[in-house]
Design a protein around this ligand. Structure first.
Ligand SMILES: Cc1cc2nc3c(=O)[nH]c(=O)nc-3n(C[C@H](O)[C@H](O)[C@H](O)COP(=O)(O)O)c2cc1C
Length: 415
């Protein structure tokens, strides 16, 4: 019976344990989690979502406070078009986060950064360009493009000296999305180094509509692998979404996937950035506590715990401090929804916005508990403490469980 450890992901001469821990913004996939994964020979992700804030927390910078001060005069203004990110600050924050992580890296694995296109930051092209270029400047091993089709993203960094040596990959949820991406980038003569196929059971935003349940990862990945083979493209195809045991992973590796990307099981690790109390909410969740809804202003459905405090909250938009979802013209679907409610309650009190959420603020404050479909199985992956709480796990324990387990067994931590 095969184990994940019988396989390797090959990048040129480098051989990687074919386990990738996916990016989880905002700083849920911390540097510590990514570093552990790399130390164990896999690929860990940090995320550059809300990187100015992450830099403030990790390095005591004051980028968010400074931006709030700069745009204070605009807080009560519904028009957010003038609230822009300073590109030098964005570059510095990215270099802080990426650079210090890369300096601490040990072991044979790699560290990638997850880069979401939907973080349009009131200047989609220039901010994305700065995020990617600064991550490369700071020595990142690879960039995983996500949450968007990224049709122009390679072109934004084509002149960067590391464009052909850094690993570049993209997350897709259909063969069509991959075809579009390849067609758009053909003239750059640079293929992605890997493609992650994310199915409908993943955490975070989904690359499907609300009919997500009609799709399944095995079928989509089979289509992508066939396409890549038919086109004679040498691109490793990686499976993601709902891979909960080592045996789940092996079933994808045996049918042609080059690696798996996993995340949900690592949300309850000591290294994960979620607050301790929230990890317990993940453990105690039952299947009917996990919902997919459309409250994310990105327009993508998102999976989350239905007890997330963000749902129905009516907080005033915080774009002067954050503004990561402003579309380039100062718009965000939450602002529209909030202003509609404000018009109904002009005193500003008791505002509840049901159809959208202020994603930046809520993710920043860990009040939106996005999670994978199988979160309800996390309670079966650990032991309970004497006080009834669940024991959080080390990333090493889970990584090795994926790497070595057979027969769908899940190793519990030592008592
Ligand atoms: C808490 C959480 C946050 C996530 N955030 C992101 C994100 O910011 N960007 C992204 O591309 N994917 C995100 N994902 C998706 C994961 O990177 C990964 O591809 C997917 O969840 C794998 O499926 P699994 O969780 O069933 O193992 C997130 C997943 C979880 C569980």
């Amino acid at each position: 019976m095969k184990r994940v450890d019988d396989f390797r992901l090959k990048f040129g001469k480098k051989e990687i344990v074919p386990i990738i821990v996916g990016g989880m913004g905002v700083d849920i996939s911390t540097a510590e989690l990514a570093l552990e994964t790399a130390r164990l020979g896999g690929i860990g992700h940090i995320s550059d979502a809300m990187v100015n804030d992450v830099s403030d927390r990790r390095f005591d910078t004051s980028f968010v406070k400074d931006k709030t001060r700069q745009y204070k005069h605009n807080i009560l203004n519904a028009d957010k078009s003038t609230v822009k990110f300073d590109l030098d600050i964005l570059a510095e924050a990215t270099r802080n986060h990426v650079g210090s992580t890369m300096e601490a890296k040990k072991g044979d694995g790699l560290i990638f950064v997850n880069c979401m296109e939907k973080l349009t930051m009131n200047g989609p092209r220039e901010t994305l360009q700065v995020r990617m270029a600064s991550a490369m400047d700071a020595g990142i091993d690879g960039i995983t493009l996500s949450a968007g089709l990224h049709l122009g993203s390679f072109a934004l960094i084509a002149e960067h000296p590391r464009f052909r040596d850094v690993k570049l990959g993209i997350i897709v949820s259909s063969v069509r999305a991959l075809q579009l991406f390849l067609r758009k980038n053909a003239r750059l003569n640079r293929l992605p180094d890997y493609v992650i196929v994310e199915g409908p059971l993943a955490g975070g935003h989904l690359g499907f509509g609300m009919d997500w349940a009609e799709y399944d990862l095995a079928s989509i990945i089979a289509e992508v692998i066939k396409y890549v083979k038919d086109e004679k493209l040498d691109i490793p195809v990686i499976a993601a979404g709902g891979i909960f045991t080592g045996s789940d992973a092996v079933s994808f590796l045996e049918t042609g996937a080059a690696a798996v990307q996993v995340a949900t099981r690592f949300t309850v690790t000591n290294e994960c950035g979620l607050p301790t109390a929230v990890k317990q909410d993940y453990f105690t969740a039952n299947e009917n506590d996990i919902i997919v809804n459309t409250i994310s202003p990105t327009g993508y459905p998102m999976r989350m715990l239905k007890g997330s405090p963000a749902i129905g909250d009516g907080i005033r938009p915080n774009c002067e401090s954050y503004g990561y979802l402003l579309d380039g013209n100062g718009n965000c679907a939450y602002i529209t929804a909030y202003n509609r409610e404000l018009a109904l309650h002009p005193d500003g009190k008791n505002i509840s916005v049901q159809d959208k959420t202020c994603l930046c603020t809520q993710m920043r404050n860990f009040k939106l508990w996005t999670c994978g479909h199988y979160t309800y199985r996390l309670k079966d992956t650990t032991r309970r403490n004497a006080d009834g709480t669940y024991q959080t796990l080390s990333a090493e324990h889970i990584f090795k469980d994926y790497q070595f387990s057979v027969d769908h067994q899940i190793a519990l931590p030592t008592a």
